[in-house]
Ligand binder design. Structure first.
Ligand code: 13P
Ligand code: SF4
Length: 300
């Protein structure tokens, strides 16, 4: 399959991007693997004809918004992040009415329509920096309450208002399983994604995006790490720590994102063979691209 994919990439002048949460076999076919921020920044600079985005649909949509003249293929359009829909326009409007000095900050894990209601986007790797740069004191953070709460804790000078969205996969990581891992591996450093619940984040020694967790482990002095995010990151951790005596442990109920899991390598091959899954932008895309661009400016 790898040889077939390589040949099709060459024929179609295509580049394959993959998020760390898709299956390892899909990551292995990609030209670039990264977290949401890395992929968004990179997508904007690519001058190939076709970009295949192996991830969930909001990621493919964001790639198209950032580089609209390319053909963007989503190998599995049914891979739809539930959190990307978890905010209502009426709730955003109600907060906008209440405050003059307000910025609506939207996690990239959101549909184009939700982005179009907001002032700036963030990813888990730049949310604290971007919100810290904003002149507004009042911040409505949508859709993720856990990342929003984490930002609020890091920036006590801001009034961060939370929405009730969450990632079902990270929310399912429970403190009891984390405590069990800590008992079994008392020397291990606990690394968590900020989409984890408040109780789980309280156990963490290090909080970061997928890429930040991977780099923290690869460059860290420690030998053992408890990793509280989707198990897909294990492939890159293994690659980067080859030859180092490092151990990583995941919760007993392995966190697997069912949407990312749908993006198997055969779907990437099929997208390149058929051209199916082309991303079409909705009418609101122009308004949605502005907060994405603003994120790239503020996070630079
Ligand atoms: P990253 O920002 O770490 O890529 O996370 C994206 C995501 O979907 C987490 O659930
Ligand atoms: Fe969405 Fe959670 Fe999957 Fe990330 S891990 S894509 S937030 S469901």
């Amino acid at each position: 399959m790898a040889a077939q994919v390589e040949e099709l990439k060459r024929q179609h002048d295509a580049v394959v991007l993959a998020h760390y949460y898709v299956p390892a076999a899909t990551q292995a076919l990609a030209d670039h693997v990264g977290d949401s921020f890395y992929l968004a920044r990179l997508a904007r600079t690519l001058d190939c004809k076709t970009i295949v985005l192996a991830g969930v649909s909001f990621m493919a949509e964001a790639v198209k918004m950032l580089n609209p003249s390319r053909t963007v293929l989503n190998p599995e359009p049914r891979a739809n992040c539930p959190m990307a829909h978890m905010v209502r326009k009426a709730d955003v409007d109600a907060v906008r009415e209440r405050y003059d000095d307000l910025a609506v900050v939207c996690y990239v894990n959101s549909t184009a329509q939700i982005k179009s209601w907001s002032d700036v986007c963030v990813t888990s790797s730049n949310a604290v920096k971007v919100v810290g740069e904003l002149p507004q004191h009042n911040i409505l953070f949508i859709p993720d309450m856990n990342l929003g709460r984490y930002v609020r804790e890091q920036l006590p000078q801001k009034n961060v208002i939370l929405n009730r969205g969450y990632c079902p996969t990270h929310q399912r990581i429970i403190p009891q399983e984390v405590e069990q891992l800590e008992l079994e591996h008392p020397e291990a450093e606990v690394c968590a994604h900020p989409e984890c619940s408040e109780e789980v984040l309280r156990e963490a020694d290090f909080v970061g995006s997928t890429k930040q967790i991977i780099e923290h482990i690869a460059n860290g002095d420690g030998r053992e790490y408890i990793v509280l995010t989707v198990v897909g990151v294990a492939a890159e951790i293994t690659r980067l720590t080859e030859g180092q005596d490092k151990r990583v442990y995941f919760p007993a109920t392995p966190p697997i994102c069912p949407n990312m899991a749908m993006v198997g390598p055969e779907k990437v091959l099929r997208a390149l063979q058929t051209g199916e899954g082309e991303v079409e932008l909705p009418d609101c895309a122009d308004r949605a691209a502005a907060p994405l661009e603003r994120m790239l400016e503020l996070a630079a």
